[in-house]
Design a protein around this ligand. Sequence first.
Ligand code: B16
Ligand code: MG
Length: 225
Amino acid sequence: MTTPVIRALIFDLDGVITDTAEYHYLAWKRMADEENIPFTREDNEALRGVSRRESLNRIFKGAPIEESYAERLMQRKNEYYQAYLNTITPADRLPGVAELLEEARNEGLRLAVASASRNARMVLERLEMTEYFDVIGDGYCVVNTKPAPDLFIWVAGRMNVYPGEAVVFEDAEAGIDAALAGGFWAVGVGSSAVTHAHMVIPNMRVTLAQIREGLAQAAERKIPG
Ligand code: B16
Ligand code: MG
């Protein structure tokens, strides 16, 4: 069995490093209630990993939104969201993620964050995790957000690695699609719609050896014999 050569790990933020989805939900919900727009926890699942603007489009179920009104709604939601972010501490790191980062760092792998969020740096600071990463890609770095592969390609370029040498950890379908479109190894995290990743793990309690093993099996499935 050939084990892929891995030189870098790329981590999504929400759903992989920490769970900010609940805060996104509460902030959108408050805005939606104020505007009398129906919005449920189930609706919120469709917002995982997609940009703020695309989230608003989905809340409006594709109906046209006047631009300045859209800006005001997004700004208000972001104010509510940032108030929640102020409560985040290192205890909000998802279990296993710091251990995996330590292991990867000791092996000399390059490490990056690639998040659709424009608040990614603030979240990493609150988690006291900024120092782990060689590169932080956030919602300001590229124009085309996930499922376009642009953000992953941007961070890979900054780390000086090829996509095929990097593993992306993602909890959202849009993120897995983006990783696969860019030619990265894709690891789906959690139980949501990430079944088309090269491998799926229930949570971040995972070792590099387990990742290499899972990816080698995926490579084998693709190239039989
Ligand atoms: P912001 P990720 C994503 O983070 C969230 O999953 C998604 O729900 C949110 O709309 C998006 O960030 C933009 O966030 O409003 O803070 O810019 O999963 O890509 O780390
Ligand atoms: Mg995510």
